[in-house]
Design a protein around this ligand. Structure first.
Ligand SMILES: Cc1cc2nc3c(=O)[nH]c(=O)nc-3n(C[C@H](O)[C@H](O)[C@H](O)COP(=O)(O)O)c2cc1C
Length: 394
């Protein structure tokens, strides 16, 4: 993995050199950008010796003028450790006045995993601007490696101590190996250019699940309907409208990326429009036309294949976990179980998150999460469902 380490001026720079040794020993390629202040705490010789790359310190360096763009593209992960109060607040403002801030600003929209490991005196950590910046950066999808409480270098006790190197490594590596594909919202099957057959899915469950996993540091690709509720946090977003779109997009994604799991929460139409008759005359309808007025209309539908049954076959990762959703509409518990059994037995899936229409109507968002047909965990809300899924796929 290509790791871009940004070091800013804190006494924790010495500790952060341990990250370079750990990552290079584990076979990663590490490039370091150091602020001028960071170089007051640790020498270029140490950083270059450990990373085996020249240390980048300025934007204007002949021969490497485009490094702020090139490095943001090159990296798989960007980690700022230690992150000073000064630099954190600059990132929130979008100030780009040195190599670190310029590269960071250039990188954020590339939607790569970006981490900050703050290190500072507890008063600097508690300073309102610092707290606001952390809140804003989190909203933009930056993962904060929260500082710990304890005795600080300045002799004070409090929060602000940079997370230990082993813990940073664990957080960054464990989560970044995990990439989830989450489908959400409902399909539209077009009758003509202005009418469609759809469903009432809002995409809320898919968006909530996506936000949960993004906040936990996972890479998330959200494939959602155009009108669906979108995740608030930053992730790759891909939009679909029809069954055919969704089919193609999910296939492409699974073939290209090693996903750890697919959480398939999209409400997919079982049928697409095959033909339309107006007053008994068959009409060739397309997305470019609007059907004329008639007294009668009949629409012939054609059955769509079960997307869920293909996911593992398409997947680049043979060990991908597939989580399906099943909505039933019956008070008969036996019937619910039979529907879940059928879904599990007829498709190549690992888990089923089940709920019944009656629960949705009564405003509940509870699920029964089936690990197999025999084992079931009750999840009283979507967050609990997310935690259960996380335990299973970790
Ligand atoms: C001995 C010493 C230790 C410092 N430690 C920290 C620190 O842990 N966190 C911090 O935010 N600033 C710390 N500072 C202040 C920063 O180095 C200073 O704000 C600097 O302008 C940060 O620049 P940079 O963010 O570009 O690296 C320290 C300064 C000195 C002299």
């Amino acid at each position: 993995m290509n790791i871009l380490l940004m070091m800013t001026g804190s006494i924790a720079c010495a500790k952060a050199t341990g990250l370079i040794s750990t990552w290079t020993k584990n076979g990663h390629d590490v490039k370091v950008i150091a602020s001028q202040s960071a170089l007051e705490f640790v020498g270029i010789a140490t950083l270059e010796g450990l990373s085996n790359h020249p240390i980048i310190t300025t934007v204007f360096n002949q021969g490497t003028m485009m490094d702020h763009i090139n490095l943001s593209r090159w990296s798989d992960i960007i980690v700022m450790a230690p992150a000073t109060a000064n630099s954190i607040n600059k990132l929130n403002n979008g100030t780009a006045d040195d190599m670190i801030s310029t590269t960071w600003v250039a990188a954020l929209e590339l939607k790569k995993p970006m981490y900050l490991a703050p290190a500072m005196n507890s008063k600097m950590w508690d300073y309102p601007a610092t707290q606001n910046s952390i809140k804003q950066l989190k909203k933009w999808g930056v993962k904060i490696l929260m500082p710990q409480s304890g005795l600080l270098a300045c002799g004070e006790k409090g929060s602000g101590r940079m997370m230990e190197v082993e813990k940073i490594d664990e957080c960054v590596m464990k989560k970044n190996n995990k990439h989830l594909l989450i489908t959400a919202g409902g399909t539209r099957e077009y009758v003509d250019g202005v009418r469609y057959i759809g469903n009432l899915s809002t995409g809320k469950t898919g968006a909530t699940i996506a936000d949960y996993f993004i906040s936990q540091g996972y890479n998330v690709t959200w494939v959602g309907a155009r009108n669906a509720q979108q995740p608030v946090l930053i992730c790759e977003k891909i939009f679909y409208e029809t069954f055919d779109d969704l089919h193609e997009l999910v296939k492409q994604q699974l073939q290209q990326i090693n996903f750890t799991a697919v959480i398939h929460a999209a409400a997919i139409s079982d049928f697409s429009v095959f033909s339309v008759k107006l007053d008994n005359i068959e009409i060739t309808a397309s997305r470019n036309t609007k059907l004329p007025t008639s007294d009668t209309m009949s629409i012939q539908l054609t059955k769509n294949p079960k997307l869920i049954s293909y996911l593992k076959d398409w997947s680049k990762n043979p060990d991908v976990k597939v989580i399906a959703f099943k909505l039933t509409n019956t008070n008969d518990k036996g019937e619910r179980i039979r529907a879940i059994n059928k879904l599990i037995n007829q498709n190549n899936i690992n888990y089923v998150a089940h709920n019944d229409l009656s629960e949705i109507r009564s405003g509940q968002h509870s699920f029964n999460f089936y690990l197999s047909t025999k084992q079931m965990k009750f999840c009283k809300n979507t967050n609990k469902l997310c935690r259960t899924i996380q335990e299973e796929i970790s």
